[in-house]
Ligand binder design. Sequence first.
Ligand code: GLA
Length: 383
Amino acid sequence: MRELEGKFKEVFSREPEIELRSPGRVNLIGEHTDYNDGFVFPAAINLEIRGLAAVRDDSGVNVYSMDFNEFKSFDINNDLKKEGSWTDYIKGVIVELKKSGEISKGADIVYSSNLPVGSGLSSSAAFEVINAMLFSKINGIDLSLREIALLSQRAENKFVGVNCGIMDQFSIALGKKDSALFLDTKTLSYEIVPLNMKGYKIIISNTNKPRELSSSAYNERREECETAVSILKKNNYDISSLRDLNSSQLKEIASILPEINFKRVKHVVEENERVLKSVEYLKSGDLESFGKLLNESHKSLKDYYEVSCGELDILVEEAMNIEGTLGSRMTGAGFGGCTISIVREDRIKDFIEKVGENYFKRTDLKADFYVSEAVNGAEIFFK
Ligand code: GLA
């Protein structure tokens, strides 16, 4: 914070008035289910974007990123266009905010982050959510946390062009300390589930593999699911999304759908059921059974949804070779990014050393590891 304050004064020659923090997220289980009206089980984590801001009297937005070492500015009143920069996420939320009310006040902001960018831990959603909170607040637009999440999702869908679901923005806006959030993405009703980890920790392992083409492959998966729904509807299935199917129907569905669509459907339907079971296991403290579901989820994402990659598979395999690991899977959209593993506390050091060493031997890439804690969702406070 002190460094951030020094930078703020240096860049803007004034005192900051507002503090910002916005966490990343991991998804424990329920992958690629959110845009199918399904269930997800994410948690906000202790890797965060921090910021300091001060309101301006005019409509200028002046922003400095300590991570990119870059200063940018634009005017709220201009016709804002996507430019392929980190500022697109700010512009995207401002464009959406303009639709919900009068927005005329800009801000001077400095951001700094220990949340790795492009690693599947939702740095973009974290950035959208905190800017939606800031610009709505300073312009007197009263939005609930749910509305902040939905507005941020629209910014990502419409301005940035990634057709994501609601999980990331929702968990970043509404996450709770030491808990995961069991969310029904169809109704947006949710339950805060305490993470009773009984001597285990959630370790995030970052493949550090660049996630190329991930947004186009993501949108493609979504279309494959939508196609499956429309074929099934034509075959007299009374459904509005894949959420409305259950695993006992998969056998008959296999004969109706093209193979690729069937594989996607199988993953989504079974993954939804795994989420429901996981919530129960965590509530009853049955971490072993929960761990097994993580492994099943990974296998399904690899074989049926086909969004894993060699590096993620290697991290999972090496993680499961460490005694005291209960389960491991990719988390987030896939095609690179991170895995989560449930690791016994006394084995964490060993885990990081061995998995890191073997991963490097097999991929030539250096993995990063984070012992994650669940934290509260994004916040802004006036100093
Ligand atoms: C990304 C998206 C989410 C979700 C996950 C996959 O993180 O932003 O909405 O679809 O991928 O579960």
